[in-house]
Write a protein that binds this ligand. Structure first.
Ligand code: GLA
Length: 576
């Protein structure tokens, strides 16, 4: 395979993936060109994964169902319950599909008097807590959805700026899977305000301390400059884009109690500004300065703090180098809130903690594979999947290259399954499922699973879709404890060979034929073993198990088979 061919395959795939997203974005009234530009831009994301998000769940790719692909906005509590019942009865639950995920359109358009989200009064009249109990009673877990924006994609209430209370609401309801979308998102400004002075007051005891900004410790690009309109004729600038810090160490407070802290700024240019204050190197307080009018030159941000008598430190900076950093940070924050919320609930109710699988869904726009590990359990890598072959292939082409970012507890998410939807043929459905299994992807069904139950109440054992998604050989490849995403070891654009190392030194090998003609495909296990990730022990003979046809055979190393158009062959191989 020539390098140029590989490169053109990659760019063709990106274009195809973009094309799928294009239609979708247009429909959603989002400027498609801007969004695609963002996808292919080289803008650097500076937020690097430092500590992995680990919440003790999703130790293999999560399996379940989501309402979106088939039902979109047409959902209600009966549908969710009927689905959960069908999952139990059809054997899906036993096969591992345990999450019943409600996607967009479950919410009312108003928060309650305490600022909490509430379910749509008309379509979910029993409320989510009750629904969750009922789903739990079936031995399944309930998942929910919101957007890291001011609204969801369908225009319901968003969670941005309500992270703590929404995380707590979900934990209180018993939710165990949370998908966090990206519609109506707002970046945090990378610009910091100019700081005049800071006051710290204990109102009850008439204590007031004034900290002039120019007297603080200035580092990086932070510097004091003259400005005749400020109180002292000076102000501190240079705190934008994570390039400078203003600090006050050893600030002595005379008593324990509640203090009002006010940051006084010199307004300049009509735009939003952002500052983050860290107190005592521990607690972080975000400060949003709204874009303000011209009538006075000074503005302020105020908050109340409980502080102990003694010495304290206050650090001010804008930590965001780019907008993309701020998106990553918003997702990271929500992950922290979810963890805190489930812990708080368990402590308060003296019960076992129910961690929430955290699914990040920003469509790959901000390269979430670079920071997703720190933020959550899984991250969407592409625009939305559609139930047609070109969409499945385009998404595969993009996601398959991200293998090195996937691992135990953290997964590339090429989107929910369309198996059984649209006009996908039997071979296409089998390929779609196989590729997702090989890619260590979450297996979230997107079809109407109630159809697996016949009108007489029996399970439709001849249902092709049911038989595909419950194939235990394939599920074992996906759920392998090593959680290694397959590597594409060979491609000629139309024919790919994928390998996925498994437990006990075994290896899954997959032939994928994207072409229009049935083709003979061939490999030599001893050649595959030369790939660094393959740790199948060398042997004179290998046992191969064809995972769809359930046939076993012994080979000295050569595997050769006829692969149908748009089809796959997948083998589990061990040394004998
Ligand atoms: C976005 C997501 C989809 C789905 C819809 C809901 O498009 O990518 O998976 O959640 O929003 O509106």
């Amino acid at each position: 395979m020539k390098k140029s061919a590989v490169l053109s395959a990659a760019s063709a795939a990106s274009v195809a993936a973009a094309a799928v997203g294009f239609k979708y974005l247009k429909k959603k009234h989002i400027c498609p060109v801007c969004e695609v530009k963002k996808v292919i831009s080289n803008a650097t994301v500076h937020t690097k994964a430092t500590e992995e998000y680990s919440n003790g769940v999703a130790l293999t790719p999560p399996m379940g169902w989501s309402s979106w692909n088939t039902f979109a906005a047409n959902i209600n509590e009966n549908l969710i319950l009927e689905t959960a019942e069908a999952m139990k009865k059809s054997g899906l639950a036993d096969a591992g599909y345990v999450y019943v995920n409600i996607d967009d359109c479950w919410e009312s358009s108003v928060r309650d008097e305490n600022g909490r989200l509430q379910a749509d009064f008309s379509t979910f009249p029993s409320g989510i807590k009750e629904l969750c109990n009922r789903v739990n009673n079936l031995g399944l877990k309930l998942g929910i959805y919101s957007s890291n924006g001011t609204k969801t994609c369908e225009g319901r209430l968003g969670t941005l700026y309500h992270e703590k209370i929404d995380a707590q609401t979900f934990a209180d309801w018993g939710i165990e899977y949370f998908k966090y979308d990206f519609c109506h998102h707002k970046p945090v400004p990378t610009v910091a305000p100019y700081i005049d002075y800071i006051t710290i007051e204990n109102i009850e005891n008439s204590f007031k301390l004034v900290l002039q900004a120019e007297n603080g410790i200035l580092s990086g690009k932070a510097k004091a400059v003259d400005d005749e309109k400020t109180q002292t004729g000076k102000m501190v600038i240079g705190l934008s884009n994570n390039e400078g810090t203003l600090a006050f160490d050893n600030v002595n407070l005379p008593l324990n109690g509640e203090y009002v802290l006010t940051v006084h700024i010199r307004k300049q240019k009509k735009s939003e500004k952002y500052l983050e204050m860290t107190v005592d190197n521990a607690d972080v307080f975000p400060m949003n300065f709204e874009s303000a009018g011209p009538f006075s030159v000074s503005g302020m941000y105020q908050l109340k703090l409980n502080l102990k008598e003694g010495k304290h430190s206050f650090y001010f900076k804008n930590p965001f180098k780019s907008e993309k950093d701020s998106y990553a940070r918003q997702y990271i924050n929500m992950g922290k809130e979810l963890k805190n919320a489930t812990l708080r609930f368990a402590e308060k109710n003296n019960c076992e903690e129910k961690p929430i699988v955290y699914s990040i869904c920003e469509w790959g726009l901000n390269k979430p594979w670079l920071w997703g590990k720190q933020a959550g359990n899984l991250w969407r890598t592409t625009p939305d999947i559609k139930p047609y072959w070109s969409s499945v292939v385009a998404i595969y082409e993009f996601n398959v290259r991200l293998n090195k970012y996937s691992g135990v507890g953290n997964y590339n998410d090429p989107d929910m399954l369309e198996v059984g939807n649209g006009k996908l043929t039997l071979d296409e459905n089998k390929s779609h499922f196989t590729l997702w299994c090989m890619m260590n992807a979450p297996l979230i069904l997107g079809n109407d699973v109630r159809k697996f139950i016949l009108s007489d109440g029996n399970v439709d054992i001849n249902n092709n879709t049911l038989n595909i998604v419950t194939n235990k050989n394939l599920i074992a490849v996906n759920q392998d404890k090593r959680c290694i995403q397959c590597v594409r070891v060979k491609t000629d654009l139309l024919h790919d060979i994928l390998v996925k190392p498994l437990e006990n030194g075994e290896l899954a090998v997959c032939f994928f034929n994207k072409g229009r003609k049935s083709t003979e495909m061939k490999t030599d296990i001893d050649q595959l073993r030369k790939n660094i990730i393959v740790d199948l022990p060398a042997s004179k003979e290998y046992e191969c198990f064809d995972l769809w046809d359930e046939e076993r055979f012994i080979t000295d190393g050569i595997i050769c088979s006829q692969v149908p158009s748009h089809g796959v062959k997948i083998y589990r191989i061990k040394s004998v």
